[in-house]
Structures are given as C-alpha cells and as structure tokens.
Design a protein around this ligand. Sequence first.
Ligand SMILES: [Zn+2]
Length: 226
Amino acid sequence: MLAPARHTANWENDEVSVAIPYSAAGVGTTVIVVSKFTGRILLMDVGDGAVRDLLSTGSLDFVNEIDLVIITHGHFDHVGGLWTLLGFLRMLERKDPLNILVPRGCIEVMNIVRGFKESYLDTIPFQINVFELQHGSGFDTDFFKVKAMGVEHYGMENDTDRDILMPAVGYRVQIGESVISYTGDSRMCQSLIDLVSGADLAVIEATHEQHPNPSRKVHLLELEAR
Ligand SMILES: [Zn+2]
C-alpha cells in the first residue's frame, strides 16, 4: 500500500494556501491553491478523486469557488477527475464560466470537454472554455496571474518503444506578491529550472528514487527535483 504521507502536502503564507490532497504518478494528482483574501480556487491538474479531495478540504460551496483550472498535460492521472468535476459543477448549477488552461494540442482535455458538452447539450448552466497555451503565453483572472512554460515530458503515445515528446507545460502562478511554480511529470530541462527559479513555492512532481531504465526519458528522480 502507498504510504499516505508520501503523497500529501500542505503549505501556506499570508496570501495563499496550497493543498496537495493526493499525488502519485499513475494514480492521480490534484493541487488546490486558495487565495486567502478572496477564497477563490485555482485547481492545478484534476486527477481521479479531485472532487472528493475538494470536498474533504471545504464545503459544497467551496467547490464552486473554482476560478480557474490549469492542466499540465493530458495523461490520465492528471485529467481523470475532470469529467466528475464538470458533472459536479453542473449539479451545483454553477453560473460562472469555467476556464481551463491546457498545453497546445492536449487532445485528452479537448475530448473530455467535447464529450461532456455533447452529452448534456443545453443543460449545462455554465460555459466551459478551454484555452491552449504554449511556452511564454499567459492567462490572467482577477485573482490569479498564470504564465505557461513548455517543459519536457515524454510519453508512450505510440506503438514503438520510442519515447515521444507530448504537449506539456509547467505554470508560474502569481497570487498577490506570491509566486507558485508547478510542473507535473516533467524531466530535467532548462525551462523547468527557469520555471521554479525565485518562486515562493515550487511544486515539482518526482516519481522515482532511482532511475528505472537509463535508456528511457522518464520523470524526474526525487533527487533531481530537490
Ligand atoms: Zn504524465
């Protein structure tokens, strides 16, 4: 069994609180960022169980405080909870638009959102907008200023043994004067170093204690992340 303490974390300062209710590669990752002044939420990746994790952090109304969803890449352990989140917000009769940021070419999220819209047609009481970001592009709301930076994440989205680069970004998020950096499943690359430099908090996903196969372009090792 996975030891829970290795997969959860919490951090806060005067302006922002960050909860990682659960993160494990191949299972699910969700990071909940809350602006302390406004109570608004930035959700970073929507792994399986994200709604359950949000409800364990706050109330029903808390879930409706989601201001923005940012997704690092389309692997199932980072988007698996998105359908449930959309269904939950529909059940709550959310009125505010839901904006979702993805790396350009993230077909998984496009397909989830398209399927959800096609399934429920005109019974979804809120707009769902997906914005494709690439290296250097930004997106600001009244509460969160977000900048995307391309990072290297190789997947096995082919039928060979060759690792191929998939659409993946890390994010720098500014809340007031605080800066939080986040990257999911990246490997070591210059933009990852730029992404986390000077941040008040860097949330860096690392998978292995030791390199499982030196010929494969895998996620960060824990030591590399540190
Ligand atoms: Zn991944």
